[in-house]
Design a protein around this ligand. Structure first.
Ligand SMILES: [Zn+2]
Length: 289
């Protein structure tokens, strides 16, 4: 009997790890790290479900989100082995700790760059990463040895400091968390601004790129970017109409279905939370009926 119950317990543990159902199961799962080339000089770095990008110029590397200190140490060693170039710039996509922790790993060689609103959030030890040395408000261009990297602030969205990084030669755009690709938005839209978010995505759509590299999940294209903006607009319109009828948050969650997005990643887990978050946002912004 004892053997049998031990076997069952082991089986349940294995199932839990496979499902990734909770944090304990996640920590038991081996860390997946890889570097893949997107195009030209631009590469993608994966640490489990988090992704950043970097560009290898003839003389140095321009990196983005370190993700966390362990991930950054792995990445730094790999860059040294594969490319033998120092990281001269490290760019933060936005202030959220799950993407920008561990920047100190690159601080020996890198100038850290971020949007001006990112600095006060990081200062005072509020994020486990050093504040940027250089900030910008609207636009910044880094040009090194013929490689151009364009940083643009497109307004508030999933934070008030998210930037878009564009590689004009490869026609790649990188932005984190405010444009999920074929996926629902994160939970109940924490730290979000509406309707600014929709306008921010329209500015991204106006940029010249073929490949969109998000901070989670697979690469996308401009259609994917547009589709997520349409999702946000449709979600907002549905929730706003119900809010104007005096519906409560729970009633909105029951009434809204958005079934055409059922094939998107996170639909089951995030759907109700997205509706709840949008209800909170429209209630905060709307005038009386
Ligand atoms: Zn975020």
């Amino acid at each position: 009997m004892r053997t049998m119950s031990a076997l069952i317990a082991a089986g349940m543990l294995a199932l839990g790890a496979l499902a990734g159902a909770d944090a304990a199961a996640q920590s038991a799962t081996p860390t997946v790290r890889e570097i893949t080339k997107i195009a030209g000089e631009v590469y993608r770095f994966r640490n489990n479900n988090h992704f950043s990008v970097f560009v290898v110029t003839p003389t140095c590397v321009i990196a983005t989100n370190p993700i966390n200190a362990d991930a950054a140490r792995w990445l730094k060693a790999e860059m040294q082995t594969r490319f033998n170039q120092p990281v001269e710039y490290l760019v933060y996509s936005h202030d959220h700790a799950d993407h920008i922790s561990g920047g100190e790993v690159f601080a020996d060689t890198a100038i850290i760059v971020g949007h001006e609103n990112v600095k006060p959030v990081i200062q005072g030890g509020r994020r486990p990463t050093p504040p940027p040395h250089v900030t910008f408000s609207d636009r910044m261009v880094i040009e090194l040895g013929g490689t151009v990297v364009e940083l643009t602030y497109v307004g508030r969205n999933h934070s008030d400091n998210s930037l878009v990084m564009r590689f004009p030669r490869e026609k790649i755009a990188f932005a984190v968390d405010f444009i999920p690709i074929k996926a629902m938005a994160f939970r109940d839209l924490p730290d979000a601004y509406m309707p600014d978010w929709v306008e921010a995505i329209k500015r991204v759509e106006a940029m010249d790129f073929d490949v969109f590299a998000p901070g989670h999940g697979p690469l996308g294209n401009k259609d994917d970017v547009r589709n997520f903006r349409v999702y946000l607009e449709e979600l907002r319109a549905e929730v706003l109409a119900l809010a104007r009828q005096g519906k409560t948050a729970d009633e909105v969650k029951q009434a809204v279905k958005m079934a055409k997005y059922s094939g998107w990643a996170g639909y089951e887990a995030m759907q109700q939370l997205n509706f709840e978050g949008m209800y909170r946002l429209v209630q905060a912004n709307r005038r009386g009926n």
